[in-house]
Design a protein around this ligand. Sequence first.
Ligand code: SF4
Ligand code: SF4
Length: 137
Amino acid sequence: MRLKLTRDLIRDELITRVQDLSGQSLLQCYQCGKCSAGCPVVHEMDIVPSEVIRLLQLGQLDEALDSKTIWICASCLQCASRCPKGVEFSSICDALRQIVLRKRMATPRVDADDVSAIMVSDAPQMGVVGALRKLNG
Ligand code: SF4
Ligand code: SF4
């Protein structure tokens, strides 16, 4: 895959947010791969931890957000204990998950006006409100 890197891409506001939320400096990682090699659940991941960090270093936030990896990481801290640069990948995953969840909340999946009148009159009010909250975050 060929990437066209720009300063704006690499310094993207959301990439900075990942660093702020995680407390980790992405540029500390020099891609030695020790984190990926020692992760006990790496076989379940679609992108290994060091690759997720590389994507973020290159401004490829969407690929990182779409990865299964951020939901698979069990926060066991094995990678952090092996990292010569002290990078805590689980904190980066936490930050990425927060961004995904906030994005979902910002996009309601059900409009209250679309709930049918029958549903509103027949279903328990608490149930309707609860379902709307659940579906819309
Ligand atoms: S914290 Fe996550 S990425 Fe790191 S070793 Fe544990 S499961 Fe793997
Ligand atoms: S162990 Fe640390 S420096 Fe090495 S690839 Fe993983 S995060 Fe980067």
